[in-house]
Design a protein around this ligand. Structure first.
Ligand code: NAD
Length: 446
């Protein structure tokens, strides 16, 4: 049996406990045993169990919130929002379990009648990141459960807490959700397990690529990193800089769709950059947002933003010696290799880069926005409805906001392109990858 994984408090950097790794064979056997009955349950029965699980998450919110704060270090009110969002996702997919799926039954061939049954894959492994441990668990597990699959959650080693609580709550409602904590080895063992019929992976490109190769032909949904552009025109709405700064530092910048690269029109660049710097540096680590998740992430972030132009403040108690990083802005000098590297990487921290484009040259702005390997999300900031509608579809990615950023709801899909992956999260679209059509055609008059 491998050693327990030490988990740390990101606010102090000190160990807060040790979590024994789960056993992939046991987890797969448990999920596999529960899968047939769950697959045979009616959509209404699955919906009732998922609604009951959402209700338990709400009534036990204090436990989930405490675990989320301890594992991620995020502020209490942000943990509140995450727990509420996770419960809402469970409720949404309880409803989605009962929606009809095309193509319809009917006579499509003379003298025959056909029905298409939608069958779950069986057991789905959901391999999770640490940035929103409970919410991404809900994003990945709920649609797979709604489709009739049993699910094994493999939380990130940094944040195993709330996945465990969710699995315990699920067991109380007959929802086949098993938690198997551990690191990359545990994830790899689950992906390779013969009982695992599909994999939902959310995380880095490197690990996602390894998972896709190891899954070897089984359905895989990949949600990978982002590096969102915010294209600001010369006529953005009031408050645009404050809104962008707030979205950037939320969760200390550790959101896959966080704004990272701001594109400004040259004639307004000086004034707009000053405004952004003011808004970013007025947001203080420790007061407005939490620490980075781990020493590893902090070291990676420090390498990337080592040449920031302006850096804000950290305000924490002496006892909080953890992975705190201030908000910062980097005005990109095109010949500075550190700046070029920063623009091309997913920063995953409270930093915004600033680049300029010639006024009115939106082709150049779009070229800059789309000139990175990731393509997950982005935003356009303008008071012109015409410009908004012309520019938004040209940003490469699955989600573009106009005059806002990071606004999401379970009804609307979230998906990547390029290095950001192939999967779809949220919306009824997220149910599709983990079920398969089974067409039954009957000859009439036999
Ligand atoms: P990571 O890739 O290091 O780890 C993700 C998970 O994969 C962990 O549970 C890890 O233990 C597991 N893992 C690692 N190697 C594995 C392997 N070979 N086989 C099986 N499992 C393996 O990512 P992370 O640092 O935990 O998460 C941050 C990343 O997640 C960022 O890139 C972020 O953008 C991305 N993310 C994307 C979305 C999205 O919707 N696109 C949402 C949240 C986070």
């Amino acid at each position: 049996m491998p050693d327990p994984t030490t988990v740390y408090n990101p606010r102090t950097g000190l160990p807060r406990g040790a979590v024994p790794p789960g056993h992939p064979d046991h987890a797969a056997a448990e999920a596999g045993a529960a899968a047939p009955a769950w697959a045979e349950a009616t959509p209404r029965q699955r919906a009732e169990a998922l609604h009951a699980l959402a209700h338990t998450v709400r009534t036990q919110a204090h436990r989930f919130i405490r675990a989320e704060v301890e594992s991620t270090g995020r502020p209490l009110d942000h943990a509140h929002l995450e727990v509420a969002a996770a419960a809402d996702v469970l409720d949404f997919y309880a409803g989605a379990a009962r929606t009809a799926t095309a193509p319809a039954a009917g006579t499509w061939i003379d003298g025959h009648t056909s029905v298409v049954r939608w069958e779950p894959l069986g057991v789905v492994a959901a391999i999770l990141p640490w940035n929103y441990p409970l919410m991404i668990a809900a994003w990945r597990a709920a649609p797979a459960l709604a489709a009739g699959n049993a699910v094994i959650l493999k939380p990130a080693p940094e944040t195993p807490d709330t996945a465990h609580l969710l699995a315990v709550a699920a067991a109380g409602h007959g929802v086949p959700l098993v938690c198997c904590p551990g690191g990359a080895d545990t994830g790899a063992a689950l992906v390779a397990h013969p009982l695992v019929a599909g994999v939902a992976f959310t995380g880095s490109l490197t690990a996602g690529t390894a998972v896709a190769v190891a899954a070897a032909g089984r359905p895989v949904s990949l949600e990978l990193g982002g590096n969102s552009a915010a294209l600001v025109t010369d006529d953005p709405p009031a408050g645009w800089a404050a809104d962008l700064a707030a979205a950037c530092v939320y969760n200390a910048g550790q959101s896959c769709a966080a704004p990272a690269r701001v594109l400004l029109p040259a004639s307004r660049a000086a004034a707009f950059t000053d405004l952004l710097i003011e808004e970013m540096t007025s947001r203080v680590a420790g007061l407005d947002f939490g620490p980075l998740i781990s020493a590893r992430q902090a070291a990676r972030y420090d390498t990337l933003v080592r040449d920031a132009t302006v850096t804000g403040k950290v305000d924490v108690a002496d006892t909080e010696t953890g992975y705190w990083r201030p908000a910062s802005v980097t005005v990109v000098e095109p010949n500075n290799p550190a700046h070029r590297a920063l623009v091309h990487a997913e920063t995953f921290g409270p930093n915004l880069t600033v680049q300029t484009y010639p006024d009115g040259h939106y082709d150049t702005a779009i070229h800059l926005a789309n000139g990175v390997p990731q393509a997950l999300a982005g935003s356009v900031w303008t008071r012109s409805l015409d410009l908004a509608h012309r520019l938004a579809p040209r940003l490469r990615g699955g989600e573009t906001w106009v005059n806002c950023h990071l606004v999401q709801t379970p009804e609307l899909p979230h998906s990547g392109r390029g290095d950001s992956g192939t999967g779809v999260d949220l919306s009824t679209e997220a149910v599709g990858w983990c079920r398969r059509p089974h067409t039954i055609t009957t000859r009439l008059g036999a």
